[in-house]
Design a protein around this ligand. Structure first.
Ligand SMILES: C[S@@+](CC[C@H](N)C(=O)[O-])C[C@H]1O[C@@H](n2cnc3c(N)ncnc32)[C@H](O)[C@@H]1O
Length: 218
């Protein structure tokens, strides 16, 4: 695991630059449709007013897809204000839905710690950028602090056979057992699968998709 010196790097600047210099549909993580995420979200059987939190959402099309499916209570986070400005523009027409935009660092949260009663935590391609033990602990503590009893967690990260870098940054690769260990005994794995994502450039990226449910009582 990397040393804490990686915390000195300006990640906010890194990600703002990524979103400012490249059109969203050319980014190495752009999805036209968030099919594997939507498949797992459907399994949760949530009411349409469930509070869904998207960690490091970027300008992901998932938000628009959830809104078009009728989900009306979304909390969208990113460290990059540029990404969230773009996302806000894309979802302007969904005026009857509650969408909260929170620019904050998942590994050093100030606003995110105020969240509570999240029904579903969704993360695609974000956790794997947290390479130090401290960053990872802060991230998983935040899930445990903000998620409802019986709430769901979807984590989709580069798998053990997957790329070792993305956007020029080192990544930490996962399998479902490693994610289970980080979440702890009060979460049970509902479903997982490996998934090969094709980048706009044609490159292939190997992911593990996991859906967990919190099992402890209130
Ligand atoms: C590879 S992109 C994935 C974006 C989106 N989840 C998707 O699937 O399209 C990683 C995202 O994580 C965000 N991010 C990186 N580090 C973060 C942090 N510490 N806190 C919050 N967001 C972060 C980046 O700005 C970027 O939008």
């Amino acid at each position: 695991m990397a040393e804490d010196s990686s915390l000195e790097y300006n990640f906010e600047n890194h990600w703002n630059t990524a979103y400012q210099k490249t059109p969203v549909d050319k980014l190495g993580w752009y999805e036209k449709e968030s099919t594997p995420s939507l498949e797992l979200i459907a399994l949760c059987n949530l009411p349409k007013n469930a509070q869904i939190f998207n960690a490091g959402a970027g300008a992901s099309v998932l938000i628009e897809q959830l809104l078009s499916e009728g989900y009306s209570n979304l909390v969208v986070n990113d460290i990059s204000s540029s990404a969230l400005i773009e996302l806000k523009n894309n979802v302007q027409k969904y005026k009857n839905s509650k969408i909260q935009f929170i620019v904050d660092d998942l590994t050093n949260p100030s606003e995110l710690v105020k969240l509570k009663n999240i029904d579903l935590w969704h993360d695609r391609a974000v956790l794997h950028f947290f390479t130090t033990e401290k960053q990872q602990k802060t991230y998983f503590d935040l899930i445990r602090k903000t998620l409802k009893p019986n709430g769901f967690v979807i984590l989709a990260e580069f798998n053990l056979e997957g790329a070792k870098k993305c956007s020029g940054l080192d990544v930490f690769n996962y399998n479902e057992a490693m994610l289970q260990e980080q979440l702890g005994d009060n979460f049970k794995l509902v479903k997982s699968f490996n998934y090969t994502y094709t980048q706009p450039s044609g490159g292939l990226r190997e992911y593990v998709y996991t859906l967990f449910q919190r099992t402890e009582k209130e």
